[in-house]
Ligand binder design. Structure first.
Ligand SMILES: Cc1cc2nc3c(=O)[nH]c(=O)nc-3n(C[C@H](O)[C@H](O)[C@H](O)COP(=O)(O)OP(=O)(O)OC[C@H]3O[C@@H](n4cnc5c(N)ncnc54)[C@H](O)[C@@H]3O)c2cc1C
Length: 413
């Protein structure tokens, strides 16, 4: 049975940063990772390129945080994106900034990010145990001074005592990378509340998936999500049809904003021509109809929309594709206009959390000190990264949360 000052559970982005920061301050740190290698999730981030942060100010950063931005204020100011960029640059990893201030390693290899973190940890003497899964974390039984008693950590291959523990086990998305929610049971066994987890940044299933359109990507569309007549959110950009529903960055964003709602009670409305007002679009249709009087509506609409989409839009308007344009009534024309500006899709659910980019929910931040990431329930216990009830939109913000909270925990422990 070995004794350590600090045991970090989980060798992902947040655990590596926390372990490095703690060992740099002269602490004796053991990092335990269940996988055969560190940072398994980092390898698949940003489609293998790892969008490791976003080159923006702390204030801008916080506007992209969906759950508990206020809790993150202190940690992000102490370790802002600028510090993350500098940390990697100084370690020899050059980076580039792309659309939307997204930062990537110049090599386009996510593995560079993990290499930097691992090398940094080893350079300050962090002991790393791979292929070892933590099974339980308890406070040692002592009759007196329970608050300052050591942690008793049992793993698949050993047992350790530690003065402090940092839980950095991630959420429950992409469980094949090692994040299967173990941290939630450690936290609750030590007195913490867990906010129920839901998927965030994930595709949306449709009641009647437009299966024949699977693979079709629409550029410059606007997707709104409505509750009754109230528009909850509207996003502009690209949208992709999948075999079960819809995906793409704007869909991922919307998913994170509605994941606590009753999804079947919502409706999605797609504006296929957001650059044109109803009036402008009506003029355009009138012009097209006038120029092609004897053609079928289906034919004319192929000039307005991708061919595969035309039958679905006409079906919503209740107009036969074979109908010649000169026999379209005013009422039918209104229906066509409406279908182009408000193409309705019924969502049934989000895809499961296992397929989500991030997990929303987790260890309640109400019970964690926002400056130090230390538990308010159990002294010397710390949390960082996705295990906490924190999540953000796409753009490098989630890894920045992992780095900033990892830094805070490693600096305070
Ligand atoms: C496909 C995909 C793409 C993404 N792309 C981006 C992106 O480009 N930019 C961005 O900012 N974010 C991205 N994210 C999100 C980001 O990867 C995560 O938010 C971030 O990695 C969380 O870091 P973490 O350290 O908290 O958790 P994790 O990276 O999940 O690390 C947790 C670690 O703990 C280990 N562990 C768990 N339980 C135990 C146990 N009992 N014992 C020992 N070890 C344990 C796991 O094996 C794992 O290595 C992406 C996520 C996915 C799934």
């Amino acid at each position: 049975m070995e004794e350590y000052e600090i045991v970090v559970i989980g060798g992902g982005a947040s655990g590596l940063m926390a372990a490095y920061q703690a060992a740099k301050r002269g602490k004796r740190v053991l990092l335990i990772e269940r996988n055969e290698k560190l940072g398994k999730k980092i390898y698949i981030t940003g489609k293998g390129r790892c969008n490791f942060t976003n080159d923006c100010s702390p204030d801008e950063f916080l506007t992209n945080v969906v759950s508990n931005p206020k809790f993150l204020m202190g940690a992000i100011r102490a370790f802002p994106p600028e510090r993350t960029l500098r940390f990697f640059e100084e370690a020899g990893m050059h980076y580039k900034i792309e659309r939307g201030n997204r930062a990537f390693p110049i090599s386009d290899h996510a593995s560079d990010v993990t290499k930097v973190l691992e090398k940094a940890c080893r350079s300050v003497g962090v002991q790393i145990h791979l292929n070892e899964r933590v099974l339980s974390v308890r406070k040692q039984d002592t009759m007196s001074d329970v608050a300052n008693s050591m942690f008793d950590i049992v793993t698949s291959t050993g047992r350790y005592f530690a003065y402090s523990v940092i839980i950095a086990t991630g959420g429950v998305s992409y469980p094949t990378t090692g994040s299967t929610g173990d941290g939630y049971s450690f936290a609750s066994s030590l007195g913490h509340s867990i906010v129920p987890t839901v998927p965030a940044l994930v595709g949306i299933r449709l009641k009647n998936p437009l299966a024949p359109l699977s693979g079709l990507s629409l550029k410059n569309v606007a997707l709104s999500v409505k509750e009754g007549e109230k528009v909850l959110h509207r996003e502009f950009g690209e949208m992709l049809f999948t075999h079960s529903g819809i995906s793409s960055p704007i869909v991922l964003t919307i998913s994170s904003l509605i994941n606590r709602k009753q999804i079947p009670s919502l409706s999605l409305s797609l504006d296929l021509k957001p650059a044109l007002s109803f009036e402008q679009l009506e003029q355009r249709i009138l012009r097209d109809f006038d120029a092609e009087k004897n053609k079928s509506v289906g034919n004319v609409f192929c000039g307005l929309l991708p061919k595969n989409l035309v039958p679905f839009v006409l079906a919503q308007a209740g107009v036969s594709p074979q109908k010649t344009v000169n026999s379209v009534t005013k009422e039918e024309r209104k229906g066509l206009l409406f279908a182009l500006k408000c193409f309705i899709m019924k969502p049934t659910s989000l895809l499961p959390v296992e397929e989500a980019i991030v997990t929303a929910g987790g260890v309640s931040v109400k019970e964690v000190n926002p400056k130090t990431m230390e538990s308010k329930r159990c002294p010397h216990l710390y949390f960082c990264g996705e295990v906490l009830d924190l999540d953000a939109l796409t753009g490098g913000f989630n890894l920045q949360i992992a780095f900033a909270t990892g830094y805070a925990a490693g600096n305070a422990v």
